[in-house]
Design a binder for this molecule. Structure first.
Ligand SMILES: Cc1cc2nc3c(=O)[nH]c(=O)nc-3n(C[C@H](O)[C@H](O)[C@H](O)COP(=O)(O)OP(=O)(O)OC[C@H]3O[C@@H](n4cnc5c(N)ncnc54)[C@H](O)[C@@H]3O)c2cc1C
Length: 496
């Protein structure tokens, strides 16, 4: 791994080059180095990617679950994943991911990563898969970097991969740019883990029919470099066009005191509570709002509305109940708020009124005008909803009786929610060894890919029924890719 220089270039040598140091890249680098390979990992930013923003990862039959007596059989998780994706995935990839996940959780624990709880993401969710990490994804990244350094992995931040060179069907190196200077890392094996194309408007428009310019990506704006480099080497694609959607997303955050401790609360959580009401720009309800418990799936209901907007509506009674009792729906990290009260919530909402996304008013007429709806349409909607609440039955969308709470106590609250996405999923076609597959269906020797750069392991969104899926896949596919790349370069035993 020594750096050498010639008149035009610097050269590095490595057995394996990992491109992208998010969850997938760092696990790949560590796993490759554990098997004895000399590994260089590069990142065009600092290591972390969107992985650093995650709350928790999926695992089945992990040590954390076993100690907490949580029963989450691998077979069940595998079957739910396949069913969610309408079988339009590669079952061997899904199986490899799920089977590895419990072991990977233990592997991470040995690096000093602790899990606060294994959380549902909505009411009564089963089985429990979402391992909420103390310190979140950021802590996972820190510990993985430390472990990589211990194993002798060379980590090159602010180093961008531009091109993979090859000769007679063999990979020969990666051209990188660091500080404006071009270098070549000579290697016979590359693992691509560049985190998708959530920041690349051109690719988003090409592959995602629902994407529009006003739809923000809340993850790291990765540019699709992995997909571009793989396809230029003849890789096939799979699953392009999948966005990790969430909505209706109300983006305000405000400090709230919980048990004497101030936390910065994303008010988005209010929008996913089952006892609120959603209306579109016309002032019409459009679905049973309890679907917001899985706020990835509920996004599709919002996508169908004019301008992909939904207003989150509540009266003072509902907001005061939330203030007194906290959230009902699970939101992982915000477990402390669940059913425990959020003192000062009405004032917190009022404190963000100036941003133009929120209105608190005594009058539905004023709220309707602000939304751009016909006042009579909104008033009819509220009247109809209140009648459903009075009779304890929603004949329109069959919302569960316990969440039918009438909106009668002013002031009323209206919060504008839209669609956001955490990033993209899919792109490079792989097999269950994380080998990149060419257009004829064969592995490209020495080329591997992991994380959300790849397709074939999920359906057409983040699988909210198995929370932790994307971060979990990044960690596990990376680990499998690293093991197999090491076997490839060191000509070792059978594939992992
Ligand atoms: C706010 C938020 C919360 C989330 N919470 C969860 C959660 O709780 N559970 C869950 O399962 N998922 C969650 N996700 C999604 C999940 O974090 C990601 O889908 C997953 O971690 C992606 O991992 P990755 O390694 O594939 O990509 P990333 O973590 O994005 O890493 C890709 C890396 O590649 C680098 N890179 C890109 N191009 C190049 C190049 N040419 N050269 C060198 N480096 C390059 C980037 O700089 C980046 O660091 C969340 C996402 C967000 C935004």
């Amino acid at each position: 791994m020594n750096q050498k220089t010639s008149s035009t270039h610097s050269y590095y040598d490595a057995d394996i080059v990992v491109v992208g140091a998010g969850g997938a890249g760092l696990t790949a680098a560590a796993a490759g180095a554990e098997k004895g390979a000399r590994v260089i990992i590069i990142d065009k930013r600092k290591p972390g990617g969107s992985s650093a923003m995650a709350k928790g990862f999926l695992a089945a039959e992990s040590p954390f679950q076993k100690r907490a007596m949580i029963h989450t059989p691998k077979d069940l998780v595998y079957k739910i994943a396949m069913e969610y994706g309408h079988l339009k995935m590669d079952p061997r990839i899904v199986r490899a991911f799920v089977n590895k996940s419990g072991d990977t959780a233990g592997w991470l624990e040995k690096m000093g990563i602790t899990v606060g709880h294994v959380s549902p993401s909505y009411i009564d969710q089963e089985p429990l898969t979402w391992h909420i990490v103390d310190g979140g994804g950021d802590r996972v990244i820190t510990q993985l970097k430390r472990y990589c350094a211990e194993l002798g992995v060379q980590i090159l931040p602010r180093t961008e991969a531009k091109n993979i060179s090859h000769h007679k069907g063999r990979i020969t190196g990666v051209t990188v740019i660091k500080g404006g200077l071009e270098s070549v890392i000579r290697t016979n094996s590359v693992i691509l883990a560049t985190g998708g194309y959530g920041g690349n408007k051109e690719l988003l428009k090409k592959y995602c029919s629902i994407y529009h310019d006003g739809m923000p990506c809340i993850g790291v704006p990765n540019m699709g470099d992995g997909v571009v480099m793989a396809t230029s080497l003849g890789a096939a694609t799979e699953g392009l066009g999948v966005l990790q959607l969430a909505g209706p997303f109300y983006p305000e955050r405000t400090p709230i005191m919980i048990n004497g401790k101030e936390i910065i609360m994303p008010l988005a959580a209010i929008g996913f509570e089952p006892n609120i009401v959603w209306v579109n720009k016309k002032g019409e309800r459009f679905i049973d709002e309890t679907v917001g418990g899985d706020h990835f799936e509920s996004a599709y209901a919002v996508v169908r509305q004019p301008d992909m907007v939904a207003f989150i509506i509540a009266d003072s009674g509902i907001i005061q109940t939330m203030e007194a009792q906290g959230l009902i729906a699970g939101q992982g990290k915000y477990k402390e708020i669940q059913r425990r009260g959020m003192p000062g919530l009405p004032q917190a909402i009022r404190s963000v009124v100036h941003n133009g996304r929120t209105l608190v008013s005594e009058s539905w007429d004023e709220i309707a005008s602000w939304m751009g709806a016909e006042p009579q349409t909104l008033k009819n909607t509220i009247e109809e909803y209140n009648a459903c609440c009075d009779q304890g039955y929603d004949p329109i969308f069959a919302k569960e009786r316990q969440f039918l709470i009438p909106l009668r106590t002013p002031p009323y609250y209206a919060m504008k929610g839209d669609i956001r996405f955490l990033g993209t999923i899919g792109g490079i076609k792989i097999n269950h060894h994380m080998e990149v597959i060419d257009l004829q269906g064969y592995p490209i020797p020495g080329l591997f890919a992991a994380g959300v750069d790849t397709g074939g392991w999920t359906g057409d969104n983040y699988c909210g029924k198995l929370p932790g899926t994307t971060f979990g896949f990044a960690l596990n596919s990376g680990r499998i890719a690293g093991e197999n790349a090491a076997i490839f370069v060191l000509k070792g035993a059978s594939k992992a």
